[in-house]
Write a protein that binds this ligand. Sequence first.
Ligand SMILES: C[S@@+](CC[C@H](N)C(=O)[O-])C[C@H]1O[C@@H](n2cnc3c(N)ncnc32)[C@H](O)[C@@H]1O
Length: 222
Amino acid sequence: MADKSDDRPHEVALETRAAAGEKLYSPSAARNRDAIRDVMLDIMPSEGKILEIGGGTGEHGVHIAAAAPRLTWHTGDPDPASRASIAAWISAAGLANLKGPHAIDVTAEDWGVEAGAPFDGLVSINMIHIAPFAAATGLFAGAGRVLRSGGALFFYGPFSRGGVHSAPSNEAFDASLKSRDPRWGVRDLERDLALLAQKNALTREAIVEMPANNLCVIFRKQ
Ligand SMILES: C[S@@+](CC[C@H](N)C(=O)[O-])C[C@H]1O[C@@H](n2cnc3c(N)ncnc32)[C@H](O)[C@@H]1O
């Protein structure tokens, strides 16, 4: 939901969605899923176990798992309506490498998947800016626990750099997020995330500029 046109008020932190039976459709995911998949296939491991958190409708998981049969993609969401949609998408897709839904809330100290660790990749698309900062803290701590050495933590969304927004639209989006919930806001790669990465033995490896002033950001577990 980093796309600023999706910045509309909601009771919970979910992007705009349309429904068809159990399956939910996110216009934002429809716009950005090809670009995210392509970057992911370029820079994430081409095989192994990927854990997607905050999977929303489930569309990103289906899209990427279909293009990467050697990846096993585990997706889920703490929101029950999202989980129902994810389950419906998984069932309709019939992909052997698409699993879920889990119900991981990244702020929990134990995600309940630690026994299945280590994972080769951890994916968070459009989540940490639209959740309290504890979500970013919990996500990095979880990456420290469940990623293998050399595993990747992948983000997609809007980010600022060294306290500076990359575009006026991102600055306006940040203000809008904060007006909805003062604990939300566009996160800063240096001021917010660098210390979390360091604390959890992750090193920032790549930044890829994406449409609509979004970024893909990849951290590598040491
Ligand atoms: C804006 S939606 C993005 C959904 C999907 N990743 C996408 O881009 O289409 C944010 C998602 O993050 C989830 N979320 C919010 N807080 C979370 C948390 N603490 N742990 C895990 N997921 C969370 C929400 O339930 C929601 O599905």
